[in-house]
Design a protein around this ligand. Sequence first.
Ligand code: BG6
Ligand code: MG
Length: 213
Amino acid sequence: MEKYQGIIFDLDGVICHTDRYHYLAWKALADRLGICFNEKINNRLRGVSRMESLEIILSNSGQIYTDTEKDKLANEKNENYRRSLAQMTPENLSPEVKGTLDFLRKSGCRLAIGSSSKNAGFILERIGLNGYFDAVVDGNQISHAKPDPEVFRCAARRLGLAPENCLVVEDALVGIEAAVRAGCDAAGMGDARKSSLAKYHLAAFSELKEVCG
Ligand code: BG6
Ligand code: MG
């Protein structure tokens, strides 16, 4: 068992199931445009920035879109997505996740969010975790999205810790790569559980108690 001084959590698909809302909002857009989009393609959007996600979806359209058109499409998706986020309440934070976070904090770990999302602050507020984390680094503060290591290096620095003393928890393959490139250990869950770069492969969030407790 390793004792980590800090744990950096991805948000969408790790702390809460906003990954589902991302999927539904992209699916609505793709359907309207007549572009093929499914769960398998959606897995390639995990951890990837909003505009890069749109590029992946549009690459199946066989059409060229101008930057202005792309901005409009990204806004349409984001407005739809934010309507789902606005429905969220603290009930959307599972007792398993909240109990595990509280346990890790009590055992002395510093806790951070490292997310590509520009909606991270809004999500944390909706699920009742505003002000809970020792540091929050999100898509508004970084220039390079995952798999670039910037978000996790920045989160470790904000925690006042060396990356090698931090564990990153991720559901995205690009997120695991970003963590390892930052010098952190990585725990994969969901789609990232299969990553060979991850040191831990979590079947449930609460398994972090054994990894870090
Ligand atoms: C990541 C998601 O957390 O945030 C990606 O895994 C998403 O799917 C990215 O594209 C950007 O999110 P947002 O909320 O800024 O559109
Ligand atoms: Mg994620």
